[in-house]
Every structure is written in structure tokens, then in C-alpha cells.
Design a protein. Structure first.
Length: 179
């Protein structure tokens, strides 16, 4: 099963159990483990050590879902929107590489428009600004840089966030005039 499917499945399970008490969510997770033939040893300790159901990691300043997280960060550009989506997927679903479908799913859940037509150009711009790792992987997945993570974590404080972006430098040839 691909990470994309695992992420979607984890999100669906979370949506089903997010309103349950911790004890009940533990029972549901153990039941799912039993149905899948997976050991559920340590499930209770993992859930008790985190907030709520265990799937609900702290994603920052009380944000509970995609829309809240998105509005809390106050993005100004498409590059920032993509970085915010990626950081949410990292913190909430423990995904560290994201496909175009992962981004589309996040934007749909956050009730934002996803510009699939310009996705490649927007992502290329985000990579050039240092938010995402250049090159990506052979499977069409993308990854936030350390600076990109810190940038999103610093939002909505723009002054602090912009310190994490790659500095624009001029090359030696950019000073020469073209004749």
C-alpha cells in the first residue's frame, strides 16, 4: 500500500474516531489492529502520551483541522499555501513526502481552491525559494526542506518566517549587461 493510501486511510479512521473519548478510541484502534492481524501492544501508551486519540498530534496553536490550520497561518502566495499543506500533512498524518493528490486532498479538506493546472509551476517556484527540496523523488513525491518547515511553523509572523527562506544571490554574470 502506498503512503498516499495510508495517509487517506489514516485520515478516514481519524474522522471516524475523533469525537470519541480516549478509552473508546483506544478500543477502536485495537479492534482495527486485531482485524488486520497486527499486534496492538503499546497502543494505549502511544495514545496516552499524546493528546486525544493519538492521531491528533499538536499541529499548532489549537488548530484541529485543515481549514483552521490554513487560516491560522494566513498564507499570501501559492508557494506558502503548498508549504502549509505539506507541513500539515507532516504533523497530522506523519507523511514526509507528498504527491499532487496529497496536496489536492488537503486543499479540498481545507476548503481552498487547488490549482492543478499550475501545480508544477507553483511547486517549482516554491523549490526555488527554498521551501521544498529540489529534484524530488522518482515517484513524483515532494518534500519540505528544514527551512520550509521552520517557515511554516513561524507563520503568521512574516518577519520571523522570512528569515528561514533562501537568500537570493546574484551570480557573477547577472551584473553584465547583455549587448
Amino acid at each position: 500500500m502506498s503512503n498516499e493510501n495510508i495517509g487517506n486511510l489514516a485520515s478516514k479512521i481519524f474522522d471516524l474516531i475523533k469525537d470519541l473519548k480516549s478509552k473508546d478510541s483506544t478500543r477502536v484502534i485495537k479492534a482495527v489492529c486485531a482485524l488486520c492481524g497486527i499486534s496492538s501492544d503499546g497502543v494505549e501508551s502511544q495514545i496516552d502520551s499524546s493528546s486525544g486519540t493519538g492521531a491528533n498530534r499538536d499541529i499548532g496553536s489549537g488548530a484541529e483541522n485543515e481549514a483552521q490550520y490554513f487560516s491560522q497561518k494566513e498564507p499570501k502566495t501559492k508557494m506558502e499555501m503548498l508549504a502549509i499543506a505539506a507541513r500539515y500533512l507532516e504533523k497530522k498524518l506523519n507523511l514526509h513526502e507528498y504527491s499532487k493528490k496529497d496536496f489536492a486532498s488537503y486543499f479540498k479538506s481545507a476548503r481552498q481552491n487547488f490549482d492543478a493546472k499550475n501545480f508544477s509551476a507553483d511547486l517549482r517556484n516554491a523549490k526555488n525559494s527554498g521551501l521544498f527540496v529540489k529534484g524530488g523523488s522518482s515517484s513524483g513525491k515532494h518534500k519540505l526542506t528544514y527551512g520550509g518547515q521552520n517557515f511554516v511553523d513561524s507563520l503568521p509572523d512574516r518577519e520571523k518566517a522570512e528569515k528561514h527562506l533562501k537568500k537570493k544571490t546574484r551570480t557573477k554574470n547577472s551584473y553584465k549587461s547583455k549587448k
